[in-house]
Design a protein around this ligand. Structure first.
Ligand code: DC
Length: 224
């Protein structure tokens, strides 16, 4: 029987910057593999909502860490019903707001916040059978993931996709993407980078179905 017909029992790491189509393909891949799905970016976003609500100075790493430590972030790993709560309250919409998006790089740059969330992510990954998307999954969170894929796309394609999803002007979205890339790549703790053993997949000229098909192949090869 082809490997895609039996549930996938491993861990797929899908890393890369925003606008590469990561979330859409990660969820679809999890469905096809009959696996779970973990959006680690949503966890950094929920931590950011907690920090914003507490009104702490985002440049004060100690204060931000205290808030995140006390926050109860719960995320579902069902690809067909993604949801995240903060202290028991759904924050699915709030984590995507412009205010949260503008603040998330500062919160995710705090090493102690990363340590807390990486621990939580490892616990959620547990025994596997999961597709995990983020920035540091193959490099830090789960170096044993197979396959490890790093999605890329040209800055123009990424800005076009983000503007399509969120609405707004492509140039403004492109400027925001460039700003977040700079912050995410230059932070001291687990900067966004491609693991040397990750397979790079450029999605610029590929549709969602093509990317998912390629990932299913890679996952099947890793499982056999
Ligand atoms: O994938 P996203 O845009 O929802 O991620 C939100 C932010 O969280 C992004 O600016 C980078 C950060 N992030 C991170 O540092 N590490 C991860 N594993 C996932 C996201």
């Amino acid at each position: 029987m082809p490997a895609t017909h039996s549930p996938f029992s491993g861990v797929v790491a899908l890393d890369g910057p925003s606008g590469t189509g990561k979330s859409t393909v990660a969820r679809r891949l999890a469905e096809q593999l009959q696996a779970r799905y973990l959006d680690t970016g949503a966890m950094y976003r929920a931590a950011t909502v907690a920090a914003l609500r507490a009104g702490v100075d985002l440049s004060d790493g100690v204060a931000v860490t205290r808030v995140v430590e006390a926050a109860k972030i719960e995320i579902s790993t069902d690809p067909q019903s993604v949801s995240i709560t903060l202290d028991g309250e759904p924050v699915d919409t709030e984590i995507r707001s412009a205010e949260t998006t503008a603040a998330v790089s500062a919160v995710s740059a705090v090493p102690a916040v990363r340590a807390l969330l990486v621990d939580a992510q490892r616990e959620l990954i547990g025994d596997g059978a999961i597709v995990v998307e983020g920035r540091d999954i193959g490099s830090v969170v789960w170096p044993g993931a197979r396959p490890k894929v790093y999605l890329t796309a040209t800055p123009e394609a990424r800005a076009r996709r983000r503007a399509g999803e969120l609405g707004g002007d492509v140039d403004a979205v492109a400027a925001d993407i460039a700003r977040r890339d700079r912050l995410d790549s230059s932070r001291a703790a687990s900067p966004l980078m491609q693991s040397t053993d990750a397979i790079e997949l450029d999605t610029t000229d590929l549709g969602v179905d093509e990317v998912v098909a390629r990932l299913v192949e890679l996952a099947s090869a890793a499982a056999s």
